[in-house]
Design a protein around this ligand. Sequence first.
Ligand code: SF4
Length: 298
Amino acid sequence: MLLGIGNGTSEFYELLAVANELTREAFDNKGLVFGQAGINAEPCTKNCRFCSLGKGHYSLSSIWRRSEEEVMAEARSFIEAGANDVFLMTTADYPVDEFLEIGRAVRRITPDSVRLVANIGDFDDDTAKDLRNVGFTGAYHIHRLREGVDTGIPPEVRLRTLDAIKGAGLELYYCVEPIGPEHTYEELVAEMLRAQEYDVGVMAVMRRIPVPGTPLATKGQISALELTKIAAVTRLVVQPHRAMNAHEPVQMSLLAGVNQVYAETGANPRDAEANTERNRGMSVARARQMLADAEYEV
Ligand code: SF4
């Protein structure tokens, strides 16, 4: 019913006001910036129909893998710029052992106050424990909209990974994504309820970017206003205990209970530029400015 509220009606603004008030109170008016580094740009066999890295429609201008030193430098620059959490992201085929080694090295230069988060392919209980042991505090993982239809991964594999994350005591970061115009509100609500079930601390919503060359690009994009409404409803349903995000960052979502924004570098499934900081990716400074403009404390 809440998602059915007409955008721009007075009820719409009431909805935004409630979500905003809850966030400002519950999170003490604090704004958070997370920095995510995509550490490899390589064709991915999972071939998701919305992702610029999918093997069948690879849309990036180059192919590369960052060295350990390069990843450490990116993490260091996020930390020095004031990022609260640092995310390391790979495609699904990236070797786990190499990722663990890089994670261990990044942890060594990361202050205890900064959380370190893995955003990688699916994994089992043992890998979840390994991630924890090398110093990751959490993992970003989701059951995507139309998982197994628009992606090459069976839904049960995604769910098993979510259970492994929780089982290992890692913090789970969740998101309703990638939202396109064709998705029904029932599909969005299913993911909100899943996040509620997993007792998610940091929640997000993300609209699909129609990257030229990706199979779903022709379906277009939802508006920033629609994303803002979905963020408000998600904030009310899930009641995350640490932060709420909408991606990619849109200023108006900060009126609707969103208090966390991502900065991004390297490869990005929503970008055809292989170093997203040169195109769609926002810097930590810009993300902090967005939050400050909405009068969040950063
Ligand atoms: S979204 Fe992830 S799993 Fe899917 S093709 Fe892109 S990199 Fe691979």
